[in-house]
Design a protein around this ligand. Structure first.
Ligand code: SAM
Ligand code: SF4
Length: 351
């Protein structure tokens, strides 16, 4: 039950999902997100010029600019009063922030929040897993783009496959459910692993989500040719698996889903590029430094931090959120001539 008017945009869409980036920092350097060097970025540009490789410099926000857990809790409380019921904690790498279990415990205690999840690269999961579970976190998503140690390192910039596989195992043992695996599919990089990743989902009884590569990489090297479309991913899967359609539970679901007819596990494909789902979008994003983004591709942000740090009443905060939501963009423009990539890229927004 909510006690304040819902967050409805000018296209009649009601916001229910808030994705919160709790840090912009990351310990991985995924090629599609935050590549470490120009050489790495050039791996998927056409002009691969190792001699010119140089480090890409990132400017992290000073930690003092991060919202505190108490400030994040307040935004969620206000959102929850206005109909937000789903929260995803993300980053950067959220587990780089200390005591995330403390934040989880605060958010679990908000009665309107029906669904709390965390997305992680898994590298620091082992040392956080039990505390997160005890704090009440049930749902977790891991990023895993390759099952081949060398390819994993090429994609993420880190030798971490074993740690991530161990993390998935540990999550199952601790009773996290559902466990989702996200794989961004990039042509020439990991598209040859689509079937192996689907097999992994079936064997491990986890939910596999293949994601189309979006133009949100910090090196701005995205090209349409690098995207492996939903249609192509599905064709490759259907050559090997007998899949049955799972009807969407909600219109706002981002993934089209299938189950294996002969076993457990689930496959989903998220196709923001080839089949945009903006018409049913119910998502808002809060960055680690307190900006609300009404779309992944927003060119404008709305700064909540000064408001949160001033003396503002709950009704005023609710009204501020409603005003922000009324300006939500109708759709993204990927692939169109007027597309402009936002200044902030995926790891700085929160996927
Ligand atoms: N560091 C955590 C992780 O990797 O799971 C959480 C943050 S990451 C930005 C969240 C999700 O965004 C990941 O599953 C990642 O695969 C996805 N992602 C990052 N860059 C992307 C891009 N350019 N296109 C599509 N998905 C992307
Ligand atoms: Fe990779 Fe996630 Fe870090 Fe981006 S934020 S570089 S997807 S681990």
């Amino acid at each position: 039950m909510t006690s304040a008017p819902s967050l409805v945009d000018s296209f009649g869409r009601t916001m229910r999902d808030l994705r919160i980036s709790i840090t912009d920092r990351c310990n991985f350097r995924c090629l599609y997100c935050l590549p470490e060097t120009e050489e790495a970025a050039n791996f998927y540009r056409d002009r691969f010029v190792p001699a010119k490789a140089k480090e890409i410099n990132y400017s992290w926000k000073p930690k003092s600019q991060f919202l505190t857990y108490e400030e994040i809790e307040r935004v969620v409380q206000v959102g929850a009063e206005c109909g937000i019921s789903k929260i995803r904690l993300t980053g950067g790498e959220p587990l780089l922030r200390r005591n995330v279990d403390r934040l989880v415990a605060k958010l679990v205690a908000i009665p309107q929040i029906e669904d709390l999840a965390l997305t992680t690269n898994g590298f620091l999961f082992a040392q956080n897993a039990e505390a997160l579970r005890s704090a009440g976190l049930k749902r977790i998503s891991f990023s895993l783009d390759s099952l081949d140690a060398g390819n994993f390192e090429r994609i993420t910039g880190r030798d971490g496959l074993k740690l991530v596989l161990d993390a998935i195992k540990q999550a199952r043992e601790l009773g996290f459910s559902p466990i989702k695996i996200n794989a961004v599919v990039m042509r020439g990089l990991n598209d040859h692993e689509i079937v192996a990743l689907a097999n992994f989902a079936q064997e491990q009884e986890v939910i596999m989500r293949f994601i189309e590569f979006m133009p949100l990489d910090s090196s701005r090297a995205w090209q349409k040719d690098h995207v492996v479309s939903k249609k192509e991913i599905l064709e490759r899967l259907l050559e090997r698996f007998d899949l049955e359609d799972i009807p969407p539970a909600h219109a706002s679901e981002t993934a089209r889903r299938w189950r294996f007819r002969n076993g457990s596990g689930e496959i989903g494909i998220i196709a923001p590029v080839s089949e945009p789902f903006c018409g049913n979008c119910d998502r808002l994003r809060l960055t680690s430094d307190g900006k609300i983004r009404t779309c992944l591709f927003s060119l404008h942000e709305h700064d909540l931090k000064p408001i949160l740090r001033g003396e503002v009443s709950e009704p005023d905060l609710q009204a501020t959120l409603r005003g922000i939501v009324s300006k939500k963009e109708e759709r993204h423009h990927i692939g169109e001539t007027d597309f402009v990539q936002p200044d902030r890229t995926m790891s700085f927004i929160g996927g």
